[in-house]
Design a protein around this ligand. Structure first.
Ligand code: PAN
Ligand code: ZN
Length: 187
């Protein structure tokens, strides 16, 4: 008879947050998001220090490793620039075959997806919503609520993030508050 060792896994995912020394943190403030929002005049009136979102990531393997997975939690704060809600930068994955899961933890918002032909679709996000992001789809999250929007993500370690395409050409639709309601408007 052989007794196997029972391992304690990293205790990182606590109360829907990622915490611990192995967790990488990044913050995006308004000053990091120049050019993202449509209304440049309103943007100029804001403080560049205002926090828009923070990303907590657990990246256990090298970015070039195949078959490995990363895990993250993003906390996107409520707010607007003019009529446009706070949102993540959004990106395509560099490896076009890479897929990803997002899931809603707290708050409400929209996941905006765009294919390479710039066709748009959007899914509501709420606690418990599950989103399978297919290969080749750019993805961005918009907080349409008045409270924090928190969501989880799981993506291949070798996916890579292509922000340039979105920085240059944007998404082909924006989420704006019109008559008090979020609307997805094609440009
Ligand atoms: C997520 C995103 C995170 C922040 O972990 O990186 O929500 O959004 P941006 O990267 O667009 O600023 C993910 O999609 N990883 O692949
Ligand atoms: Zn991604």
């Amino acid at each position: 008879m052989k007794t196997h060792e029972i391992i304690n896994p990293p205790n990182l995912f606590m109360q829907n947050l990622l915490v611990g020394d192995e967790v990488q943190k990044s913050r995006r403030r308004l000053g990091d998001l120049m050019g993202l929002f449509q209304d440049h005049q309103s943007f100029e009136l804001t403080s560049p220090d205002e926090l828009v979102y923070e990303v907590y990531s657990y990246i256990p393997a090298d970015e070039k490793s195949q078959g490995e997975l990363n895990f993250g939690v993003t906390r996107l704060y409520p707010g607007k620039i003019g009529k446009e809600y706070f949102m993540t930068k959004g990106h395509f994955h560099t490896c076009e075959k890479s897929t990803e899961y997002y899931w809603g933890i707290e708050g409400e918002g929209l996941l905006v997806l765009m294919d390479q032909e710039r066709n748009i679709r959007s899914e509501k996000m709420f606690p418990g919503s599950l989103h399978y992001i297919k290969a080749g789809m750019a993805h961005r999250v918009v907080n349409t609520g008045s409270t924090l929007l928190s969501f989880g993500a799981c993506w291949p370690s070798d996916a890579g993030h292509n922000y340039d395409e979105i920085a240059c050409n944007g998404f082909s639709a924006r989420v704006l508050e019109i008559n008090g309601l979020p609307q997805l408007i094609s440009l």
